[in-house]
Design a protein around this ligand. Sequence first.
Ligand SMILES: [Zn+2]
Length: 307
Amino acid sequence: MVRQRTIAKPVKVTGVGLHSGAKVEAAFLPAKEGTGIVYTRTDLSPKVTMKCTADNVRDTQLCTTLVNPDGVRISTVEHLTAALCALGIDNLLIEVNAPELPVMDGSAQPFLYLFSKAGIKELDAPKEFLRVARKVRVEDKEKWAELTPDDQGLYMDLTIDFNHPAMDRALQHFAYRFSGKSFSEQVSRARTFCFMRDVEYMHAHHLALGGSLENAVVLDDYRVVNPEGLRYPDEFVKHKMLDATGDLYMSGHTILGCFKAFKTGHALNNMLLRALLSDPRNYELTTFERESEGAVEYISPARALRA
Ligand SMILES: [Zn+2]
């Protein structure tokens, strides 16, 4: 059967918090089948634990934030979540000593590397996928996102629409069949991007104090400011794809379907996931004997270890 996964051994990272600019530590621990993705804020007394679900995604202005019913927050979870989706990790304990995860380099690559080094462990329970059974669509003015059935796994098609000299019109659309390998090779290194005018505004309002050229692509009115340039010619749309991957994995289940979106972002992605889950006729939870029956193809645990 296609099995649930966790990591083989505990790993830790230290990095900068995007919002606070302070040093943040996060520890990742193996978890047993059926646990889900569970966060613990170790800086609070008593410690507060919350599970990652579509329903506790709240403030989505700068990043994806989990908020429990008492208002306890954990921010900047989406790039980690995208990496978990790509590695097929269903069960993980995350201990963080701040209200946010470290932003790392603004992409999912450091998390992929970290978990590949820890190793992937398969558990003795079938992995449950969320299969789209009928079309679900959400809109916000000209922006839209939709999920339709697809019997071969997860297909993703995303278009952005920026009018900027450094953002080539021909490079604002990206579509591919999602797998551990295709995500890792084509999307995982795409960094968050922002505009210089937004950086000035955010810093004036004490937001994104940890944001820098180390963890974001910054554009002025004409060009990319980062001296190293872009990691992919179409890094901008690929980062939106990375974000959507994380946002759609907030339920803890990989979606099987065709995702199509225009100018989408965290808020609309979450609205789409909630719309899908709002009516049991929209989806079914399904398991597989073999990946070849139509499940998403993940990197094998042995290969993940070598990555
Ligand atoms: Zn992002």
